[in-house]
Design a protein around this ligand. Structure first.
Ligand code: ADP
Length: 641
């Protein structure tokens, strides 16, 4: 019953592109469409339950929430209906015509055209509603938002190619019907047993009843004079609906009644990930605050994990009533990749995000979740089991640089986090050395854990700062994650051993440097004092101090940062992020053994040479001279002499 002519709308460009991909990349696993649509229906019921707390009229005297699957063999349609919150006309246009998720463009640009790889990526992204087009040549959505008049229903129709139509219709019952007009190669989804099998596999744990019409066997009528033939008849649908799933929220069940398969399927539903998780923990926590936690570690990082849009993956329930998605108060930011469910027995149903922030119970739950995840990771790291070790490696490759943020965010767990970190070192390219491994390999007399930070692993490995360490065969940890510079600011020691950034402050190798070397430095410092003074004067705009060092072997000079000051890399990072930073100049250390430095003593182009040595030190640690043109000019002038 149309009150107006259908209005045509175009899909957002990304949706059109996604639709194309969905139909072309996902056919290898078409049945997931049912999981996605049931999951949406279940979300819609969750939303009604939540909004119904303050708007009981939304229930419209129909309080039993359910999802119903209906098929019509003649029309070749499969319909998934829910009596959840429903959509208004505007919501249908907005939600079924655009992709609200941020980072969509970025995601699209990652697609390679290789169908298998893309299918996995899409899985991570979550295609949701649009997956219906894997099996349907046309989708009709009929919906009405809870609490609105019957005449305020909406019908949305699309064939999944560029456009959709929307019109106002009358719909008696609230909620949403998704009517799939199946393609001829997808008619198997009209078979009750097939649908049951899929629901069983993917959606058994959904906490609502998923219902189908009960079928009964009807014997064919026998005409007079004929003999009744055995087995001549067919299944016919009745008006009775029966649940085909167990309809108890998975996390409320007993651990030993849940199979590994079920845990994995639940995860896939929850996260829209196609791949199985690396690990999970399921516990009922008792004590001053009672709650159930079911937490998963995905096997792949979401494409937007490092953007501001990355959201916490925890759903909050209170006594099985869904309260909110992305409950970022329940997990620290550095564990934002964790997916799962927390069901609290103590929080009020009408809890808001603001309230969550202040709640003591929430704080306890967050601490509990954090501890559980860190313990689980520690278990994987320590496990002798090959599969666990593989999983830990994969975890670290995906999320290592995310958990490092915890060093600055979660002081209480810093030591636990440090234990999980793995590094490549000056002796070993593989990212496999733990701080404990490093300590075990320290040289006699070595009093600190040495590390160097740089913009890339290559730059770290070839940093001039390492020359002396290489000469003395002292292992140095290489750190090249963007976050390292920042996070290591918060770390002074590990397990009682100081951690020393080799580009910060003066090198003090303690007992690893013999008296003779120390004396040689004093002599050189004395001899080079006039050069150092003259250089300090010449470079005073660029550096706060020039000094002689023994840390260099092959390079003429390097930049170091004063104790407690920001390093050049960190300054670059902060500047790129648009932050105002206090003026701070690096220290220039020169190598008295280097011919270029020696040349300074007698050069009649002192100024050019001093500036070139400084700028080269900037380049060596991955920066650019402040004035590249001037640098080139000075170099050329020196070359020509
Ligand atoms: P997602 O569920 O990941 O947000 P979808 O593409 O599956 O993405 O759905 C887009 C939006 O359409 C949902 O966020 C929801 O607002 C709306 N929607 C989809 N299915 C239903 C439904 N059965 N009832 C109400 N709203 C729905």
């Amino acid at each position: 019953m149309s009150d107006q002519n259908p209005q045509k709308h175009s899909f957002q460009a990304e949706v059109a592109q996604l639709l194309h991909l969905v139909t072309h990349s996902l056919y290898s696993n078409p049945e997931i469409f049912l999981r996605e649509l049931i999951s949406n229906a279940s979300d819609a019921c969750d939303k009604l339950r939540f909004e119904g707390i303050n708007h009981p009229e939304y229930y419209e005297n129909d309080p039993e929430l359910h999802v119903r699957i209906h098929f019509d063999k003649e029309q070749k349609t499969l319909t998934i209906s829910d009596n959840g919150i429903g959509l208004t006309e505007q919501e249908a246009i907005d939600n079924l015509g655009t992709i609200a998720k941020s980072g969509t463009k970025d995601f699209m640009s990652k697609l390679s055209g290789d169908q298998k790889a893309d299918a996995q990526l899409i899985g991570q992204f979550g295609v949701g509603f649009y997956s219906g087009f894997i099996v349907a040549e046309k989708i009709t959505v009929e919906s009405r938002h809870a609490g609105t008049a019957a005449s305020d229903g909406v019908r949305w129709i699309s064939t999944g190619t560029g456009e959709f139509e929307v019109e106002q219709v009358t719909k008696e019952s609230r909620g949403t019907d998704i009517i799939l007009h199946l393609r001829d190669d997808a008619l198997e989804y009209l078979e009750a047993h097939k649908v049951k099998q899929i629901v069983n596999k993917y959606s058994d744990h959904i906490s609502l009843p998923i219902e189908m019409q009960k079928e009964v066997w009807q014997q064919d009528e026998v005409a007079e004079g004929e003999e009744a033939q055995e087995n001549a008849g067919s299944m016919v649908k009745t008006d009775d609906w029966e649940a085909i799933n167990s309809a108890s929220a998975l996390w409320t069940r007993n651990k030993n009644e849940i199979t590994e398969e079920q845990y994995i399927e639940f995860y896939k539903n929850l996260s829209h990930d196609f791949e199985a998780p690396l690990a999970w923990a399921h516990n009922r926590v008792e004590g001053s605050t009672e709650y159930t936690q079911l937490l998963y570690i995905p096997s792949k990082a979401a494409h937007n994990i490092f953007t501001r849009e990355a959201k916490a993956g925890i759903k909050l329930y209170v006594k099985r009533v869904f309260i909110m998605d992305e409950a970022d108060n329940l997990i620290p930011n550095y564990l934002r990749f964790v997916q799962g469910v927390v069901d609290s027995a103590d929080l009020p149903l009408n809890v808001s995000r603001e309230l969550l922030q202040e709640s003591r119970d929430v704080k306890t739950i967050r601490e509990g979740n954090t501890r559980r995840i860190l313990t689980m990771l520690d278990g994987l790291a320590k496990s002798e089991d090959e599969k666990d070790q593989e999983n830990f490696k994969q975890f670290y490759a995906e999320f290592g640089s995310v958990i490092k943020e915890g060093l600055g965010e979660d002081f209480g767990n810093r030591e636990r986090i440090l234990k999980l970190l793995r590094f490549s070192t000056s002796n070993n390219d593989e990212v496999s050395t733990s701080l404990a491994d490093y300590k075990a390999r320290m040289k006699e007399g070595q009093k600190a854990i040495y590390y160097v930070t740089a913009d890339s692993l290559n730059a770290a490995k070839n940093s001039p700062q390492l020359e002396l360490f290489k000469k003395k065969d002292i292992e140095v940890l290489l750190m090249a994650d963007r976050v390292d510079e920042w996070s290591m600011e918060f770390v002074n020691e590990f397990d009682g051993t100081p951690m020393q950034n080799v580009s910060k402050g003066a090198v003090d190798l303690g007992d690893l440097q013999d008296a003779e070397e120390k004396k040689a430095l004093d002599v050189a410092a004395e001899q080079f004092k006039p050069v150092v003074d003259k250089m300090t004067d010449s470079l005073k705009a660029k550096t706060k101090q020039v000094r002689v060092t023994t840390r260099l072997v092959d390079s003429p000079a390097c930049l170091v940062t004063g104790e407690g000051e920001l390093s050049p890399q960190l300054i670059r990072m902060l500047k790129q992020a648009g932050q105002a930073i206090p003026e701070s100049k690096p220290i220039l250390e020169i190598n008295p053994e280097h011919p270029l430095v020696k040349k300074l003593e007698s050069s009649n182009q002192f100024d050019d040479l001093a500036h070139v040595i400084f700028d080269q030190a900037v380049i060596a640690e991955g920066g650019l001279p402040e004035n590249p043109a001037e640098y080139v000019k000075r170099i050329n002038s020196l070359l020509l002499k």
